[in-house]
Design a protein. Sequence first.
Length: 366
Amino acid sequence: MVRCSYRIMNVRRIVSMTTVAKTAQGVELDTILEQVLGASDREREREIVARRFGLYDRKETLEQIGELLGITRERVRQLEKSVVTKLKTAAEKNEIPGLEEIAHAIDEVLQTNGHIMRVTQLTELLTNSTSKINQARIAFLAELSPTLSVIAESDHFYNAVGERAIHDEKHIREAVGKIVAEIKKAGQPTKIEPIAIATGNEDAMHTQALASVSKYLASLNGMWGLTKWPTVNPKNIRDKIYVILSEKGSHMHFSEIADAIKASDFKRKNVTTQAIHNELIKDKRFVLIGRGIYALNEWGYKKGTVADIITEVLRKADGPLHRDEIVKRVLKNRYVKETTILLNLQGKPQFKRVAKATYALDEAAL
């Protein structure tokens, strides 16, 4: 079995979620793992745990390990449960010094970051790495510690570690469930502070940390919502365009939209201007209202040419309108020059002048 050297920070002081004290002292994570696994005196048990939790390589299934060791998958499960129980008992008796050290370092990080974190974020702060092996090691060591609560990866939750003194696993799940329910009730992206108040938690940072472990929730620019809402979780170019236009609150040229996406905090934001233009054309949420200028359909803009819009305006009026009123109404749906509207009025046969500067719709000419 290949054993690589990984270092973990013994954090003395954490300034924020993204900064670790520069004076932190490093200790060998390999050494800690050897001390922990050494609490079991049987090599086969140690190997089963290492393979099941992916401590030195990828995680393996019960079947894979059973086939390798010549035993049934049920026997592998029994041995895994036995050795984990043994290690937890040793940890509770403070018989594994290395585990106590890493648990203390994790506790210090959690205390200044909302008391719970995804394993990916926690691992990055502790090890300056996001490798799968380091994540597996941190999760495994946290699982054994009597001072920490671990949420396993599932369809509903990210793998996370929290302070047991604040929440055990059951209460973490319940607290997250309340947050999800409140955001669903809000029906639109919202800041975390009112959600914290609604769930009876005075600590907004703690509420945000809890929200971050739910796969049902996502955030963007300080706003929280359901992952299925593109305004907080844009998954493709079209969703990103939607977010940009929503935040701007007014029409934009497709080149401006492309620049805004490139300057954003989105993932995978290196897109071409032409790609943006293509998506704007194909998605019904966007309406062309001028030369290369787009707006959201939900703002009341209509698709079609200027002549189409004039036709609709006159049809809804159910009678003649003065050209100034026609221009005013068309400009609510199109970002075009006034002269363009007037040229259409004068040059299209379906628009009939019935009085000075007054036009009606000639249905027969359509």
